[in-house]
Design a protein around this ligand. Structure first.
Ligand code: ATR
Length: 292
């Protein structure tokens, strides 16, 4: 394959990720590769941002076309935008900014990315979906799959936090220790359990994987977590953490450029970057929604 490269000139549109830390972000390599492949005249950089208000003012002042927003700025950034899309408002977090001639609109592509990854494998309308965890990723996925018509059960170690999210979603809650007999078609791990270096950890008892048709993990370091290995071994269909990362990036690409994202190439680019990082023994954080 010939590697096409970006030609930067006076019409190049600037994009970037605002976060802290951002040193290991996979978004620059993924988006720049997608720009080069599709002939979009854009360049995407990583910005380590401490003051998100100033960063958004900078985006406006410089006429940047768009930005990804990641930890710790996803909630606060909403105060400085001109509009926030309905799904992002419900989730309460923005991870994508689109600048249309000075009008800044915020979106949340994490949930959309998860829905697209899941929707490729199974219809979500009417599906019983169990979400493990109640943090930012669980919120984004929970609201997005609920909007698709899924029936959600939230399972979380800390009951109070899990019950709060379940209430907001109109979902059921189950404690981590009360999963016996729980039936569901789709199981999604949004916790960091199984992420390197604790690669032998499972987020719940092994026998609970049985009866699940489709198992998704948002951890991508390692790419094949113990949960996914076990699920595959008993014949479940699986979705790895890179899928959600790439699909959310695909939504960003489409919002910014109006063109279809080269998803297969974006996935290959991310997997190659992860493999190279592993070879260099670099620690990537390894959860797909966190590491834009
Ligand atoms: P994120 O924004 O990435 O989703 P988070 O807000 O820190 O991250 O949420 C992490 C989720 O993983 C939480 O639901 C957390 O459970 P608690 O609410 O009980 O803290 C869950 N989690 C993290 N480590 C866990 C572990 N070892 N066992 C079970 N759940 C865990």
């Amino acid at each position: 394959m010939i590697n096409k490269s970006i030609q930067i000139d006076s019409s190049t549109q600037l994009y970037g990720v605002f976060g802290n830390p951002v040193a290991h972000s996979l978004s620059p390599v993924m988006h720049n590769r997608a720009f080069a492949e599709t002939g979009v005249n854009g360049a995407y950089l990583a910005f380590e941002v401490t003051d998100i208000q100033a960063a958004v003012a900078g985006l406006r002042a410089l006429g940047m076309r768009g930005a990804s927003v990641t930890i710790p700025h996803k909630v606060r950034v909403m105060d400085y935008l001109d509009s926030v899309d309905e799904t992002a408002a419900r989730i309460g977090a923005v991870n994508t900014i689109v600048n249309d001639n000075g009008f800044l609109k915020g979106y949340n592509s994490d949930g959309l990315g998860a829905v697209r990854a899941l929707g490729e494998k199974t219809p979500l309308n009417g599906a019983d979906v169990t979400i493990l965890g109640a943090g930012g990723a669980a919120r984004a996925i929970g609201f997005a799959v609920t909007a698709e018509g899924a029936r959600v059960t939230v399972v979380n170690r800390t009951e109070e936090r899990g019950k709060r999210l379940a209430r907001e979603l109109g979902a059921d809650f189950r404690p981590l220790t009360g999963l016996q007999g729980l039936e569901c078609e789709v199981l999604i791990n949004t916790t960091s359990v199984g992420m390197a270096p604790m690669i032998d950890a499972l987020p719940f008892d092994e026998e609970l994987i049985e009866r699940r048709a489709l198992v998704m993990d948002i951890v991508y370091n390692p790419l094949k977590t113990k949960l996914l290995q076990r699920a595959e071994a008993i014949g479940c269909s699986t979705i790895d953490g890179v899928a959600m990362f790439v699909y959310q990036g695909g939504f960003q690409f489409e919002l910014w450029t109006g063109r279809p994202a080269p998803l297969a190439l974006m996935r290959r680019t991310v997997v190659d970057a992860l493999t190279a990082a592993a070879v260099r023994n670099h620690a990537t954080r390894g959860k797909s929604h966190a590491d834009h």
